[in-house]
Design a protein around this ligand. Structure first.
Ligand code: PMT
Length: 410
């Protein structure tokens, strides 16, 4: 049975965005019930949400004569309670246990995980009282999708704008995943929106042999690629994972093709690319390989071997992504990555074009970033859109990438 998200809507102009949130949650396969404060109804009529959810919209504590303890039944039905937008006033009330209307009474009675997306004027956001209340709630384990900075409806510019709808939806899905599995993994994924699609993922580093015991490689652990393969599989895709040498257990249900070198990765991808609807190239392929790979071990003590070791000649490896994407057909969506230490977005935009990709996932690397980590901060770049994402687990990022791919394909 679909999980139920109780969506609380409070009185601010961003209340109109709650309609998009409802649609997004429904598209993710969730049941949505709405509870509004009386103030919120001045911004959007409850009828909007009743029409979208096909469920009664709860506003007043005593509105439903058939259910005298409405706040308890609403609280009990919720698998997650999302309040978006949430005003400074409601944040303050929840922080201090004030329950003087249906929404705040339900919040007090609700044992499901709570996610708050604040929205308010910048000065209200920065006020010490609000900041203290936010800290208090965070310390109690309440999850937040923090407000964005930008131009606010009140005419000010600063922090206080409701976070992007897709960010709020992703955070809700994460919260539901965490509350059901305790582990934020794909087991709890209620989406099957990749059913019927074939997904090709490349992952990990490549190793380019120098001799029998040495190779050129990089720090890729494969975590990003394995997260992508696992997420695609959890969402119903049939997945082929072409993986360089890593020490990870492949996600179950995924077909793994192990490779060592960039040339082997190209060859494996060539076999599967034509049948892929979506191809995601997250592998850190070595850009070059030794021109000669000695079958024996080169010995430092042997002059000829020492010379060969100190002057390793390199030849470029083929660019797997660019080679395959150059011949993609319109049915296919190709996602590449850009791993950069500087000029991230400029390089990502350039790679989008020159590698014929539909999406580039731009991430900063070096100085302890991305490689080998469980989390990553990325920007999704397409020809028309750029989405800066917050730092998140690689599993969450994988889901955000597939959300974006589906948005482009639709
Ligand atoms: O594996 P993890 O430890 O989890 O780390 C994740 C990651 C940092 C490896 C990942 O997030 C990432 O950034 N992957 C791309 C690494 C990379 O090689 O980036 P690039 O900017 O050099 O290459 C751009 C794109 O071309 C990539 O999609 C890459 O897969 C592809 N490429 C590059 C060279 C090549 N010869 N063939 C390719 O297909």
């Amino acid at each position: 049975m679909a999980s139920t998200v109780l969506l609380g809507i409070t009185g601010c102009i961003a209340a109109y965005k709650a309609a998009e949130i409802v649609r997004g949650l429904q598209k993710a396969g969730l049941r949505v019930k709405v509870v509004m404060t009386e103030h919120a109804t001045h911004f959007v009529d409850p009828l909007t949400f009743r029409s979208l959810t096909h469920e009664p919209v709860a506003v007043g504590l005593f509105d439903d004569p058939s259910d005298p303890i409405h706040h308890i039944s609403l609280a009990d039905e919720a698998d997650a309670f999302l309040i978006a937008p949430c005003t400074a006033n409601v944040i303050a009330k929840i922080a201090h246990g004030i329950a003087d209307d249906l929404l705040t009474t339900t919040a007090l009675a609700c044992t499901a995980p709570l996610l708050i997306a604040p929205a308010m004027n910048v000065h209200m956001y920065e006020a010490s009282a609000t900041q203290d209340n936010l800290s208090l709630l965070k310390s109690r384990g309440v999850a937040f999708v923090d407000a964005d900075e930008g131009y606010l409806a009140c005419g000010y510019t600063g922090k206080g704008r409701l976070a992007a709808v897709d960010e709020i939806i992703a955070a809700t899905l994460t919260l539901l995943g965490e509350s059901r599995s305790g582990n934020n993994d794909n087991d709890a994924c209620s989406l099957r929106d990749l059913t019927g699609l074939s997904v090709l993922v490349t992952a990990g580093p490549t190793q380019e042999p120098i001799d029998a015991v040495r190779f050129l490689s990089n720090y890729s652990s494969g975590k990003m690629g394995y997260a992508l393969a696992g997420a695609a599989c959890a969402r119903g895709a049939s997945v082929t994972l072409v993986s360089g040498p890593v020490s990870l257990t492949p996600p179950s249900g995924v077909d793994v093709v192990p490779v060592q070198t960039g040339m082997e990765m190209l060859e494996a991808c060539q076999k599967f690319f034509s049948r892929a609807d979506i191809a995601v190239f997250s592998a850190a392929v070595a850009d070059a390989r030794p021109a000669v790979a000695f079958e024996r071990k080169l010995k430092k003590g042997v002059a000829e071997d020492a010379a060969a070791l100190s002057e390793i000649k390199l030849v470029p490896n083929p660019d797997i992504l660019a080679t395959l994407a150059a011949n993609k057909d319109p049915r296919q969506t190709v996602v590449g990555f850009a791993a950069e230490t500087d000029d991230l977005l400029d390089n990502a935009r350039r790679k989008l074009q020159c590698k014929h990709a539909d999406v580039i996932v731009a991430n900063l690397v070096g100085a302890g970033k991305a490689f080998g980590k469980d989390t990553n901060q990325a920007t999704l770049v397409s020809a028309t859109e750029e989405h800066i994402l917050p730092d998140m687990s690689k599993v969450q990022l994988a889901h955000r990438i597939f959300d974006f791919v589906l948005q482009i394909r639709n």
